[in-house]
Design a protein around this ligand. Structure first.
Ligand SMILES: [Zn+2]
Length: 78
């Protein structure tokens, strides 16, 4: 499936990136998060599934009393 960039209509390729969420009291860093990256302008997108999974990961980690959490992206339930 080939998609086009929302901004520049460039080609989108499968990629991974480091997703960083600043919740104020803690920062969550999720490594190797699958994303779609525009080859032209470098804009990155998450699919709905990945976005949903990120929300779950963030929810489960945000309960921890930690300032910085660095975790690997995983499809497995926490
Ligand atoms: Zn683009």
């Amino acid at each position: 499936m080939t998609e086009q960039c929302f901004y520049c209509k460039g080609n989108i390729k499968n990629d991974t990136r480091t997703h960083v969420v600043d919740l104020g009291k803690c920062v969550i860093i999720i490594r190797n998060t699958p994303c779609m990256t525009c080859e032209q302008c470098g804009e990155s997108y998450y699919t709905d599934d990945v976005q949903k999974r990120l929300d779950e990961i963030i929810k489960s980690v945000s309960g921890l009393m930690t300032e910085i959490a660095v975790i690997e992206y995983s499809d497995n339930a926490a």
